[in-house]
Design a protein around this ligand. Structure first.
Ligand code: 5RP
Length: 225
């Protein structure tokens, strides 16, 4: 899928931004387009503040002189914009491919509107082809791996480039759980996983998304539920 499709989706999201807004700012290659395009509007005089969903998005915002804030000072955001790894027809998402799912869900949950920007490769009939990231406390790795395997997933501990366990911005581990496009009831699975001791958060975002701005080389389609 072309990078231009992601850029067009991001550009459509930037058009939703109005002067004075408090924003949630996502993570990933599509969100990076959003940050760059938002930065261009800030350079033209737009005044906004944003809560970034990762350290790397915060760094990029600083590069583009986008004012950063946090949920202590601004607990309610006007609009959060983020990418996704998969979405289904009910606008349930899998997120966390970039490892930022915990902050992403906190920020999306704090926003009055949560808008997802994506290209067509992210649209699926049933979630699960993309391995579901589950952020965990390291001590709980084995019990949680077994529980997730019992649910039908092939479970892998995410690794960093140097072969050690990948650490999230909040210093947790991630179990990537390949269900193979069999998550037919995402909200049920989300509730179940959330109850297990040692789970910090998981990448199922159910009932949170207002719309998907779906970019293609021909333009942008808005998908609502
Ligand atoms: C990061 C995420 C991203 O939004 C997701 O991985 C999509 O990334 P990209 O825009 O690069 O395809 O959830 O944790």
């Amino acid at each position: 899928m072309s990078d231009e499709a992601k850029r067009l989706a991001a550009a459509a999201a930037v058009e939703l931004v109005q002067d004075g807004m408090l924003l949630g700012i996502g993570t990933g290659s599509t969100a990076e387009h959003f940050i760059r395009l938002l930065g261009a509007r800030v350079a033209d005089g737009l005044s906004v503040s944003g809560v970034p969903t990762s350290d790397r998005s915060a760094d990029l915002c600083r590069e583009f002189s986008i004012t950063l804030t946090n949920l202590d000072d601004t607990p309610i955001l006007d609009l959060a914009v983020d990418g996704a790894d998969e979405f289904d027809g009910a606008l349930n998402l899998i997120k966390g491919g970039g490892g930022a799912l915990l902050r992403e869900k906190i920020v999306a949950g704090a926003a009055k509107r949560f808008v997802v920007i994506a290209d067509a490769s992210k649209e699926v009939a049933a979630l699960g082809q993309f391995p579901l990231p589950v952020e965990i406390i390291p001590m709980a790795r084995q019990p949680l791996s077994q529980r997730l395997s019992n649910m039908g997933a092939k479970v892998t501990l995410r690794q960093a480039a140097d072969g050690t366990a990948f650490r999230t911005d909040e210093n947790h581990w991630i179990l990537d759980c390949a269900f193979g496009a069999t998550i037919s009831k995402p909200a049920d699975l989300a509730r179940t996983i959330s109850l297990w001791p040692g789970v910090v958060e998981h990448g199922l975002f159910c009932g949170m998304t207002e719309c998907i701005l779906l970019g293609s080389d021909d333009g942008v389609r808005t998908i609502v539920n």
